[in-house]
Design a protein around this ligand. Structure first.
Ligand code: MG
Length: 248
């Protein structure tokens, strides 16, 4: 069942989401070559707590950290560690925050130092596909209109959509119905309604779409070890259209 949120509930999700957004912006400014991925996690956790939020991922199904940090061929769910970021890497940072019992969730992928133009193109296409999906968050539309918009932005550029992970509803739980695949024909699935809040999150591989989970039980990598990017926003469906909540 898809749980519709009242305006007051959407405002609570927005409050958590603003902390997510400001923390991701701060991380983007902070990250540089030579840092460990654990330094990013420490920075994020401190900032979230200072802002009055609770890190949502820490302890979620025993995930050990505040931030998911996924470097290069890592797709999602990378565990912060002593891994050192170097010039030319890309790093995905995915973050959830709880305020007053409501969740916000977003992710960005950023270049570290000087990065090849071809890699920047991957980031650009993935982010554009997120916004293409969000633009379909219209009351009266169908859920798969979002999915289709993501897919039709990515695939003509020669990249692959990861199909093993999907977006999700969000509210009093991190993951609610509906699941939001990043692929499929338009015009299918539940009708979009005012009060739905959706975490839309395309994951895009340069090579093949397949992923595998490493021995730590969390880190998903592209099976062919090609580079992968991930962007995510928490979005409210309103009568006037989609409103991005994870935006500063
Ligand atoms: Mg998510």
């Amino acid at each position: 069942m898809i749980i519709l949120k009242s305006k007051a509930e959407v405002e609570k999700i927005a409050k958590a989401s603003r902390i997510v957004a400001s923390t991701l912006q701060a991380l983007k400014a902070y990250v540089s070559p030579g840092m460990t991925t654990l330094m990013l996690d420490t920075f994020a956790e401190k900032r979230i707590i200072e802002a009055g939020g609770i890190p949502a991922f820490k302890g979620y199904r025993n995930f050990p950290a505040t931030l998911c940090v996924s470097v290069n061929e890592e797709v999602v769910h990378g565990i912060p560690s002593d891994k050192v970021l170097k010039d030319g890497d890309i790093v995905g940072m995915d973050l959830g925050v709880i305020v007053d019992g409501f969740y916000g969730d977003a992710a960005i992928t950023v270049p570290i130092g000087e990065v090849d133009d071809e890699i920047l193109r991957l980031l650009d296409v993935t982010e554009k596909s997120l916004y293409a999906g969000i633009s379909q968050g219209l009351p009266g539309g169908r859920l798969s209109d979002i999915s289709h918009a993501v897919q039709s932005t990515v695939e003509p550029q020669g990249y692959s959509i990861v199909t093993d992970f999907v977006g999700h509803g969000i509210g009093r739980s991190l993951h609610e119905e509906p699941q939001i695949p990043n692929f499929g024909p338009k015009g299918k699935g539940p009708r979009l309604k005012e009060g739905m809040v959706l975490a839309i999150e395309p994951m895009v591989n340069v090579g093949k779409p397949e992923v595998e989970v490493l021995g730590d039980g969390w880190t998903a990598v592209s099976s062919d070890r090609s580079l992968s990017a991930h962007f995510e926003h928490t979005v409210a469906i309103t009568k006037d259209g989609p409103v991005i909540l994870t935006q500063v």
